[in-house]
Design a protein around this ligand. Structure first.
Ligand code: PHE
Length: 341
């Protein structure tokens, strides 16, 4: 009898440990401890034992029964615990994985490229480390010319002077103009976007920034084409109710030269607190100077063209209507700022 009971208990524990679900465990419970179960059958058989053996056998059977019930409880507890941690609660809100996005300056660069592609311009990217010739001399700014002052900044005088002079971190994307002319493929409809460098750092200037330069050269290109392209850009980038305006200015490499303004998005040119006079200044433009065409080995009697160029950072800030107290925040990698765009 004793052996039978121990065997029964061991079988039960072995089966329980294999149970994968609470339901399986409960089925084993019924099989062993239920009213018609294996233990009940043994208990019943105790009645047929001789009087002398009955009390001992009954006691032992009760102990075994308790041990089996305890084993059942432990198994159920263990299963409940593991389902707490490993189980999935489909009612909990999901965890959204962090995704990155492009920096707002990169977004603006891509948008500008797409806008100009639609009217037949193609994108190039000329070197950030440029020869003096392309950055100045070919642009009608001979050595010692005072017009260089604003842009004459980071010369790399450790590198040898080549036939095109010293090398410089390019101060403007206009250095791509003559490079593009050298390709001799007409019409030229270039957008050159590149990093530029200047000796400047304060709340509205960073020493490294981006410019984009448009250059169109063909037979019979005139100022109305320039104005049309500027208006097209103003509407495409800033919104359909915006227009461009050109004002007389001076650059060595364009004649005539202009400053380009965009009508204010708040007052649409009437004048308001944001813009004061109705217009926001964007950058420079003009008809390519004959000396620049000659530097690019193009005959100014046959061909003419226009150029324009200005900063991407400034342009994208004007679009977003951002009045940043400090433009340097663009490059401080502060996610609290960057994630807003
Ligand atoms: N390169 C000039 C600047 O950096 C802008 C400009 C480009 C002006 C093309 C005229 C034509 O200020």
């Amino acid at each position: 009898m004793e052996e039978k009971l121990h065997q029964l208990k061991n079988d039960f524990i072995a089966k329980l440990s294999q149970a994968k679900t609470a339901e399986e465990a409960r089925n084993f419970e019924i099989e062993f401890l239920g009213r018609k179960g294996k233990l009940t059958a043994i208990l019943r058989s105790i009645a047929g034992l001789p009087d002398a053996d009955r009390p001992k056998a009954g006691q032992m059977a009760n102990t075994i029964k308790l041990e089996m019930e305890l084993a059942m409880k432990d198994r159920m507890d263990a299963m409940e615990k593991s389902s707490d941690t490993a189980g999935i609660d489909a009612t909990l809100p999901g965890i959204i994985p962090q995704t990155g996005h492009l920096h707002l300056v990169t977004q603006a660069i891509r948008e500008i490229n797409t806008i100009f592609e639609k009217i037949g311009f193609y994108t190039v990217s000329y070197p950030e480390v440029e020869w003096d010739w392309y950055a100045f001399e070919s642009l009608n700014m001979p050595k010692e010319h005072p017009a260089r002052d604003e842009w004459e900044t980071f010369f790399i005088d450790k590198l040898p002077v080549g036939p095109k002079g010293l090398r410089i971190l390019t101060p403007h994307t206009s250095s791509g103009q003559v490079r593009e002319m050298e390709k001799k493929q007409f019409p030229i409809r270039m957008i050159n976007i590149s990093k530029c460098y200047r000796r400047q750092i304060d709340v509205s200037h960073v020493p490294m920034f981006h410019q984009f330069e448009g250059l169109m050269i063909d037979k019979g290109v005139n100022i109305t084409h320039l104005k049309g392209v500027l208006d097209y850009f103003a509407k495409s980038f800033f919104g359909p109710n915006r227009v461009a305006r050109i004002r007389p200015y001076h650059f060595q490499f364009t004649e005539p030269s202009f400053e380009v303004d965009i009508s204010c998005g708040v007052c649409l040119g009437k004048g308001c607190n944001l813009c004061k006079e109705g217009w926001l200044e964007l950058g420079g433009a003009g008809m390519v100077h004959p000396n620049v065409l000659k530097a690019g080995k193009i005959d100014p009697k046959k061909y003419s063209g226009f150029a324009f160029g200005w900063g991407v950072e400034r342009t994208c800030m004007m679009k977003a209507g951002l009045q940043l107290p400090d433009i340097r925040i663009l490059y401080q990698n502060d996610l609290r700022f960057l994630q807003q765009f």
